[in-house]
Design a protein around this ligand. Sequence first.
Ligand code: EPZ
Length: 422
Amino acid sequence: MTEEVLRIRGGRPLRGEISVQGAKNSALPLMASALVCRGETILTNVPQLTDVYAASRILNRLGCRCTAEGQTVRMMQNGLETSEIPDADMRAMRSSIMFLGPILGSTKQCILTMPGGCELGPRPIDLHLEAMRKMGVTIREEGGRILCRAERLTGAHIHLPIPSVGVTENIIMAAVCAEGETVVTNAACEPEITDLAQYLNQCGAEIAGAGTQTVTVQGGRPLTGTEYRVMPDRIAAMTYLCAGAAAGGAVCVSDAEPAHLKSCLSVLEQAGCRIGICGSRIFLDRSGGLRNIRYIRTMPYPGFPTDAQALIAAVMSTAKGTGVIEETIFESRFKYLGELMRMGADIRVTGRTAVIAGVPKLHGAVVTAPDLRGGAALAAAAVGAEGETVIRGLHHIDRGYEDFARVFNSLGANVERGSFSA
Ligand code: EPZ
């Protein structure tokens, strides 16, 4: 049986410059929030990803015409035809829960299904539903479907028990349509939330404090669609920098936002990489050996991002000494480590802690991407490994990376994408 895989012949340093894609985790909520803005929204710098196409399918099914042309997505919102997200769409993309807030904001009702678990462990939506209840939404479950309805959507003071990115976004997208003021405390501070607030404010909303732990929304203002450029993808940028760190050489990532990567860049410097910043360009040079990072704990922004956890593990696998990674955000985000061990990495995992003893070199192997960032980490490890690595499970990587093989090859890697008999 043939399947599409990546064939990576590693062992050579990387050299070159790439322009980083637009942020997947901003483009998706921005597309969802177009539902609360009348008329046309044009998003530019949108990465061409399967998750973006899944979001476009959901919008079209709801009655918001959405077309994607290259890196431009156009949405025309003149009233929805339905408020229901079909089960297949809920399962196709884990983050389809982010349509809950804007559909409620736009129609005061929403029907969705219980999303299944995903590669990172269970993805509960209890905090999403709790927040909507506080805004006046009644929610009941019937045969696996979740029926949400609000006579009136009212502003509320909502304190989040954990600074959830998606819940903060859902509250903002509902609150702009609610009557009165909404205040979110212990809100997530990720840059993608700031991007969402900037777009909605450009459409006429009044959102203050986005990017801090307290976000305040004055609801009920009429919102009109606008043109907006999606922010750079900080995790994609970190992906290519980690590939440079793992393989050695000199890599430049342009069109990035270095301010979003402070915790990531300082970790790469601790590992022995030289980092330079000039405007939107980030330079990484790794000519000498790598030192392992004693201890990394994934944290909400601006701490070290959980999405970069696998990427830094790929670097630590061949760094001198022993390093420890503690994953505090997701329950099961170490599946890729087993695949790294097939490449010769020396790693022991206990619960949410991984202990990585650096080895001089990894070697090629046939590995399978268990999830989006785990797959990217295997590619970063493979470019630095001796010999050939075959990476299966590309559908995970296609969810979040545009032109993955081409970008690596423009840095001098030897990556071939094709259907090979596995
Ligand atoms: C967003 O997911 C990102 N996805 C994730 O990126 C990222 O890893 C995550 O934020 C953390 O930064 C998008 O933006 C599309 P959370 P989200 O709600 O919003 C628990 C990638 O690789 N939780 O901040 O789903 C949850 O289980 C993806 O690009 C509840 O318990 O993350 C997790 O343990 C992966 N109940 C924690 O909160 C809820 O109702 C943080 O999740 C919601 C979340």
